[in-house]
Write a protein that binds this ligand. Structure first.
Ligand code: HEM
Length: 403
């Protein structure tokens, strides 16, 4: 399903001709029928051929940022760049709490997310991650191959997320089916939001009838700034957790698996030198970033010498932060022993993803348990990974085989 098409926006008078480049984030130059087998290379070409801050007439017209330092400074300046809308184009998704709030409200509501990530909740979720990963891989290993997304990466992280939030496991297939569909780039996005909203509301209502020992129940009795949290605010937080938690870990894991399938040398390093694993996770997170997140200029401002006007959207192409040679030399090379890989996989500033320890832990469990049982695997001859982009860089499918 393709994204809605908008007529080309007229160039605003303050945008210099040299800063205009025709880049549709939902249909990036170089995609064929909306897909490619190497989405990061396509984005890298844009980083190399366009100015660090440039404007595109696509998707109602917006700015794109492609350099680490610029993105970091925007993400860390909420007074200049608001989170009131983090998608392109503006209005493509409902506002959610706390991701669409700015300080001081953001600080108060982010605090209310914390009980979802207590050490006890994380321990429960990672225990579950281990069990699920082992069970699926044990089943797969004698099969000689699989489509990795449907067989593994769309299952394990969703089970972990459901365990973290304490959602009933019988809803697994339902939630897997919704993963990725809420993205503004998806033609089914509006229907998916409606379905997810009804689901989140039902989970809240169940706990309103009988409290459980979990995060959603904690929200029902919580206060923000001395007042009870409203029904709308609770729904908004639960919706954010469910929509943000379903697809991102899966996508990152699939990029890892796809890369390792093409590099026996990197697989061998992980198997023979387990001490390299933490560096390998950071390095692959740097090389294979996922989220493209926007801000809205809160006032007229200068960004790297470019005037951005109040109300304009500025897209931080976070995956390009890790591919910026000014912070990571030779950025397209995956080097597990790279010193201090710098990336913005989880964002920067006050909105940085709270549960990044959980995400890293899931990625580690995948690597350890998979390589222990299936040390050698490759992309099935005659097939290619199907990769797309938009709000996230994404692998729809990748066929793997092994002996
Ligand atoms: C590898 C996996 C993940 C990646 C790459 C990722 C990426 C991000 C990024 C870039 C942001 C910052 C957004 C911004 O600056 O506006 C963010 C925020 C957030 N993420 Fe994730 N995320 C991941 C996993 C998850 C999971 C599993 C959950 C839910 C359990 C989740 C829930 C959230 C929430 C609630 C926020 C908003 C925090 C705030 O506004 O203060 N994310 N994530």
């Amino acid at each position: 399903m393709s994204a809605p098409r908008y007529p080309l926006a007229e160039k605003p008078a303050h945008v210099a001709e040299a800063l205009v480049h025709d880049v549709d984030i939902y249909d990036l130059p170089g995609l064929i029928d909306g897909q490619t087998d190497d989405i990061h290379r396509l984005w890298k070409q844009i980083q190399d051929s366009c100015p660090p801050v440039f404007w595109t007439p696509r998707n109602k017209g917006h700015w794109l940022l492609t350099r680490f330092e610029t993105m970091q400074s925007v993400a860390m300046s909420p007074q200049l760049f608001s989170s009131s809308d983090i998608f392109i184009p503006q209005g493509a998704a409902p506002p959610l709490t706390p991701v669409n709030l700015d300080p001081p409200d953001h600080t108060r509501f982010r605090q209310l997310m914390m009980p979802a990530f207590t050490p006890a909740a994380l321990a429960r979720a990672t225990g579950r991650a281990q069990d699920v990963a082992v069970a699926i891989i044990e089943d797969l290993k004698t099969k000689g191959g699989c489509e990795f997304v449907s067989a593994f990466s769309s299952v394990m992280p969703v089970v972990v997320f459901m365990s973290l939030i304490n959602l009933p496991m019988e809803d697994l297939e339902f939630l897997r089916g919704l993963s990725g569909k809420t993205s503004p780039g998806n033609a089914e996005s509006q229907a998916a939001w409606a379905t997810l909203t009804a689901y989140a509301q039902r989970q809240i209502d169940l706990r309103r009838e009988a409290r459980q020992d979990d995060w959603i129940s904690s929200l029902l009795d919580a206060e923000a700034a001395g007042a009870p949290v409203t029904r709308e605010q609770i729904l908004s937080m639960v919706l954010l957790a469910v929509s943000a938690g379903l697809g991102t870990v899966a996508t990152t894991m699939t990029f890892f698996a796809t890369f390792l399938a093409t590099s026996p040398d990197h697989r061998r390093q992980l198997i023979e030198h387990p001490d390299v694993i933490d560096g390998a996770i950071e390095e692959m997170m740097r090389r294979f970033g996922v989220s493209n997140i926007a801000r809205v200029a809160a006032q007229d401002t200068e960004l790297d010498g470019v005037t951005v006007k109040k109300g304009e959207s500025v897209l931080m192409v976070f995956p390009l932060a890790g591919l910026d040679e000014s912070v990571n030399p030779d950025p397209m090379t995956v080097d597990f022993r790279r010193k201090a890989a710098r990336h913005l996989l989880f964002g920067a500033g006050s909105h940085t993803f709270i549960g990044n320890r959980l995400a890293r832990c899931e990625l580690r469990i995948f690597l350890e348990e998979w390589l222990k049982r299936i040390p050698d695997f490759e992309i099935a001859p005659g097939t290619r990974p199907v990769e797309t982009t938009g709000v996230t860089n994404h692998i729809r499918e990748v066929q793997l085989v092994w002996n």
